[in-house]
Ligand binder design. Sequence first.
Ligand code: PLP
Length: 418
Amino acid sequence: MKPTSPTSCVSETRLAKDGGAPAVVTKLAPLVRWGEPELQQLTEMIRQPSLFYWNGPQTRLLVERFRTIFPLRHAMPCSSGTAAIHIAVHAAGVGPGDEVITSPITDMGTVIGILYQQGVPVFADLESDRYNLDPADVRRKITPRTKAILAVHLAGNPCDLHRLREIADEHRLVLIEDCAQAWGARFAGRPVGTVGDLGCWSLNDFKHIGAGDGGIVATNSEKFGSLLQRCGDKAYDRVKQTRAPEFLAPNYRISEPQSAVAAAQMLRMEEIAAARNRLGMRLAEKLAEIPGLRPPRVAKGDFCSFWFFMLRMDPSAFRCDRAEFVEALKAEGAAAGAGYIPTPLYRYPVFQNHNFFAGRWPVKELGLTAIDYRTTRCPEAEAILETAILCPLNQGMDETFIRETAEAFHKVATHYRK
Ligand SMILES: *Cc1c(COP(=O)(O)O)cnc(C)c1O
């Protein structure tokens, strides 16, 4: 009989890397992400006289479907998640020297828009168990120059939006949510992206839902909402049909082919998020039984949509380092890797050399900031990256695969336990 929980797995203790039977035997079918609904939208689109986003039927449908899930008055589809965040930061009024407090464990897309607006990313440290902004450290990082908080829901696990909202309101800061990894996630029952002043999503090829590339930025605020379209489209006003740009803005337009695929993907979104939540919560529950491993914490009442599953290992609990632990997991057939991004963002060469604009950083040269990324330290973020083990997770997996993955962790942990 197959063991039903990792703790009952006593039948085979020899590691696969030492010649034992691997714990993970389930073969996953390739993930099918597109089908009839996408084909139908693309077919309709091909008959259109124009593939331009403004007044495009596909882009309209995308916005309509987006808004049935995220009840936000203004939504601007655009070319990427990076673009969505840049538009949000621009609409929020971030200008030269304005500080935006954000996470050091994220995609570059989180900070690119801040820098292009001549704003200054200020990295706050993270919660040890959820890898999201630590509200206490956010508070410590506030200065008279702080303009916004840009919260990243890493891997689909909601930030503490209650406390971040409180801090933002207290200091009159704009709260922007980076939901690129958090399609379908909910904070205390509310979809993430609807608690902050502006929400940003990515539709790149690797996210829960994708259109090759694409993004959406949305808000309930009239003040920010009235700017979104112009901030993403050369400051041309498509509503008034005027061409009198009042400020500088890039072309971040989406196109009808992207919107066609994205509109169809939107129909699948909640099911994908639900499947990932079920599998991720199951894996977290099973790994919590294993001493020395710390699965991610999902707060009570929150819904994590697990873009991936990241846990931490306590190296002092084992006779091996993380690399050896992960090699043993891989030999068991588990999908696992050591770490996530190589270092926190501030350690990337672009930050270390302040190489933002042809080797220069005008904001610093003009004395608008004193920040030096060579001295930035976020100890918890660094510790997270040094101890993290990442398991890819997706809706094509099943309970059996998750159980076997947990068994692999159990075998390896038991073998190496001190
Ligand atoms: C993917 C991602 C982005 C950027 O999205 P793109 O569509 O690739 O530009 C921004 N933030 C986070 C957290 C991401 O994961």
